[in-house]
Design a protein. Sequence first.
Length: 281
Amino acid sequence: MHTPKTLLKAWGLRPRKSMGQNFLTNLDVAAAIVDRSELTHSDSVLEIGAGLGALTVPLARRAKKVYAVEPDRRIAALLRNELLAHELSNVDVIEEDILVCDLGHLAATANGSLKVIGNLPYHISSQVVVHLVTHRQFVSRAVLMFQKELAQRLLAGPGTKTYGRLSVLLRYCSRCRPLIDVAASSFYPSPGVDSAVVAIDFEETVPYPATAESFLFDLVRAGFGKRRKMLKNALKDMHLPLSESEMQAAFAEAGIDARRRAETLRVQEFVNLSNALTHRK
């Protein structure tokens, strides 16, 4: 493959900083990501941020079908040209924002769940994680590249400084593990920070299910929205239709001291509190 810099110059294009365009140039890294994604020839892959095809090409050679999401029409046209040059016909390039992409429709088209792989634009990485969590019934596994700092937050456990909302959401419904670190020099243009690839395997059955999952996620967001505050104060922003005594009873039922901070709660404790509050709403 031609280098991203060469391709862009030939087409008279420049990377768009506003779209978080940092194109993977290290093909050894691309090969390692595909290898560690544990794909089979029967898999359908949703690639996020396909760009110029550094991952798309090896993915297409490994999987049955690739849905390559690339919202930049200029880059999508270039990508299609690259796929033709490599004589690959099992890739559909989708010119759409991944955050509005209909995962259910793609999974139905693929006659099964999707495996999601991608080099995420840094500015929407957190939103993509939430999008996948809330649509995980269509996704069995995700292998995603994040800014290294965010990857550490995703993998963090309770009681640590990096433990937060995304840590809880992923621990609630998946098993996560780090795969490889990727140097900033592996991209054009260089993002200035290193990256890391994380594997996320979604559970078919959640170990500690919430009565109302959307409420649980709102609760977690509120708790970490003011993470230095005690939970009883941080949750005031939710404007729950509960009296002070009802709130106290919910904390008691969940076995949680209302003076604790969100960063100290395990996932099961968040679920217990969410369920206790839901029963009283």
